[in-house]
Write a protein that binds this ligand. Structure first.
Ligand code: PMP
Ligand code: GLN
Length: 419
């Protein structure tokens, strides 16, 4: 009897937990499906349409063919070969000795590193400052942890030239300072930023760091696009600034650095006294991520360590390759009347669509934001998939950003076939 009631969906009790209320929609699920349904050229979701470099593919094959151990569980918090090389690599960049066993947690992509961070550090009543636009999962993750978000906009500077750059979007020092309160537990920054491509400059990072130190706040720094910067722009790790290592969790992704998003290898890095709490969440949820993929990333990272700073380094070759695509995409967008914002980093470009007069007659989308309607029209009528930029804003601020859409330029074939 009970079984048949369940099967009929007749349960009288509420099934879902409150923490997931209002977050059932997901931009990637919705728009990736649409792109697939309409067989559109996909410049939407951020993944390369080419393979990872040969050396790391070979390392994966070797791991798979290298005996039983690479097919079995490894150390919960990161395969020893991987945490050792990540620690060695980043010690050189951060300028301090990073302990492979204490200060690093390898996760199922950067997503899981972020999830562990929020679950481990945020409590009911805690406030998290998030800089808008932001990678869409931050806000639901804070909510699922019981916290609340306090949003801070990047604003367009006065007097910008006709071609905008992501550097034209800046933080107001006064506004930033006003967001810190006794309830603030953490601030999330993303540099290079998705979707804007902004790379935070040293002075901006110092401003954030000073406030974190003054108010005893943790900084969660999502740096998954750390090697992708253009025109001489330098990526700086906020964890390397004085007084910041102790209070920063830095998030990274091998998916982005080695063009292997499907491998889902990421990490969180920071002081052992914070990382140990992330490990508690990790050991009680996924336990560890695929051993062979971790071994391959370890071999790839060792290779990058050995050739660091030379022309043979993939971390130099990839941005060089993307730089050309970025300029070409900007030209193509301008030629059809769009106003692109040239990114300093990452592999996305946003463009202002307000010059285009498109008749968005589709009644099924009439209650949606303009950019969502535009992107759906573009997919269905023109066979090109992009992402609406208001998806990277909180519900409160979505309206102001409906005139932008985001293009992904880490594409070879798909890109050439459209433009
Ligand atoms: N952070 C940002 C800013 C991203 O764009 C993404 C998307 N890849 C992630 C985190 C998640 O990365 P991963 O695929 O390694 O889980
Ligand atoms: N980070 C990728 C992007 O911004 C995709 C994330 C996802 O597919 N969930 O396009």
């Amino acid at each position: 009897m009970i079984f048949s009631l369940i099967m009929q969906g007749n349960m009288s009790r509420k099934l879902h937990a409150r923490r997931i209320e209002g977050i059932d929609k997901n931009i990637w699920v919705e728009f990736s499906q649409l792109a697939a349904d309409y067989k559109a050229v996909n410049l939407g979701q951020g993944f390369p349409d080419f393979s990872p470099p040969h050396f790391i593919q070979e390392a994966f094959c070797k791991a798979l063919n290298g005996g039983f151990s690479k097919h079995q569980y490894t150390r919960a918090f990161g395969h020893p070969n991987l945490v050792k090389i990540l620690a060695k690599f980043f010690s050189r960049i951060v300028g301090r000795e990073i302990d492979p066993m204490e200060d690093i947690l390898v996760s199922v992509g950067a997503y899981q590193a972020l999830f562990c961070t929020f679950q481990a550090l945020i409590d009911e009543g805690d406030e998290v400052i998030i800089v808008e636009p932001f990678f869409d999962c931050y806000q639901p993750m804070v909510m699922m942890a019981g916290g609340t978000t306090c949003l801070l906009d990047l604003r367009l500077k006065e007097g910008c030239g006709p071609v905008l750059s992501s550097a034209d979007w800046v933080l107001s020092p006064e506004e930033l300072a006003s967001k810190f309160s006794p309830r603030t537990k953490a601030i999330v920054i993303n540099t290079p930023n998705n979707p804007l491509g902004k790379v935070y400059q040293q002075e901006e990072l110092h401003m954030i760091a000073d406030l974190c130190i003054k108010h005893d706040v943790i900084c969660i720094s999502d740096e998954v696009y750390e090697w992708l910067t253009y025109d001489g722009t330098k990526h700086v790790k906020i964890a390397s600034l004085p007084g910041m290592w102790e209070r920063t969790v830095t998030i990274g992704s091998a998916g982005k650095t080695f063009s292997a998003t499907g491998w889902k290898v990421g990490w969180a890095m920071g002081p052992g006294h914070i990382l140990k709490h992330l490990k508690t969440v990790h050991q009680n949820s996924v336990y560890h991520c695929a051993t062979a993929a971790q071994e391959a990333v370890a071999v790839g990272s060792q290779r990058e360590y050995d050739v660091f700073g030379t022309e043979g380094s993939y971390f130099q070759q990839l941005p060089k390759h993307l730089h050309e695509k970025r300029l070409r995409l900007a030209d193509c967008l301008k030629s059809v009347g769009l106003k692109p914002v040239l990114p300093q980093g990452g592999y996305f470009m946003i463009a202002d669509i307000s010059n285009l007069n498109v008749d968005l007659a589709d009644p099924s989308t009439k209650d949606e934001p303009y950019d969502y309607r535009f992107v759906k029209w573009l997919i269905k009528e023109k066979g090109l998939a992009t992402i609406p930029v208001s998806a990277f804003f909180s519900p409160e601020h979505k309206d102001e950003f409906q005139k932008y859409i985001r293009f992904c330029f880490v594409k070879n074939g798909m890109f050439c076939s459209y433009f």
